[in-house]
Ligand binder design. Structure first.
Ligand SMILES: [Zn+2]
Length: 208
């Protein structure tokens, strides 16, 4: 039987999705937007054995990892562990981009001319940091055609199957939405908005 990755992530407490009941609060994101879901992939990637199963298992990412890039690169810090796990599976080098003001740069790793890169991400929400990672790799001198035409991620909650012209290959695709406070349907139904990490029990637990 195929693995139910959504329930695996829920068991790790790594995802929460609103149950559409007004008594259930919803999430206030750092951006100020309201959301009916929250993803914290660190609670999955911290479990090294689980991450190995996700990357190498037959119903995990392995069937989507058919090319053999020279490098697997994610963005620091969220995708460092994931990039390493995928690189181990593919026999590639593992690297990461890091913050440089508003941008991401490839600072510690030297990609040789002609080498191919697979970009990975833990969670794709707006895709902003992933696009910055791709820009950073190109700024380091890697031509766009040497970056594989797909991005491998653990969770795609962007609502799109591509990002910046590259296909998104996700372990888990979630239907999660964000709204400005004024447009939030959960506020309109009477649900309270709360900071998710500090109120995790209220989001995920039984009703009082
Ligand atoms: Zn709201």
């Amino acid at each position: 039987m195929a693995t139910d990755w959504k329930s695996t992530f829920q068991k790790q407490d790594a995802i929460w999705i609103h149950d559409n009941k007004p008594a259930r609060p919803h999430a206030l994101l750092t951006s100020g937007l309201h959301s009916n879901g929250f993803v914290n992939c660190s609670l999955v990637t911290q479990d090294a054995a689980l991450l190995k199963t996700i990357v190498s298992g037959p119903d995990g990412l392995a069937p989507r990892l058919l090319d053999k890039p020279d490098w697997v690169i994610g963005s620091a810090l969220g995708a460092v562990t994931f990039a390493y796990a995928v690189a181990l599976q593919l026999g590639a080098n593992a690297g990461f981009t890091e913050k440089d003001g508003e941008a991401m740069k490839l600072a510690r790793f030297e990609v040789k001319p002609g080498q191919k890169i697979l970009v990975v991400e833990d969670t794709i929400s707006t895709g902003g940091s992933t696009l910055k990672t791709i820009e950073g790799i190109q700024k380091a001198g890697v031509p766009a055609e040497n970056i594989l035409p797909y991005i491998v991620c653990l969770v795609n909650r962007s609502g799109s199957s591509s990002l910046g012209g590259r296909e998104l290959r996700a372990l888990l695709t979630l239907d999660i939405h964000n709204w400005a406070a004024d447009d939030c349907p959960l506020c309109k139904m009477g649900s309270q908005v709360v900071r998710p990490k500090a109120n995790w029990a209220a989001l995920t637990g039984a009703y009082a």
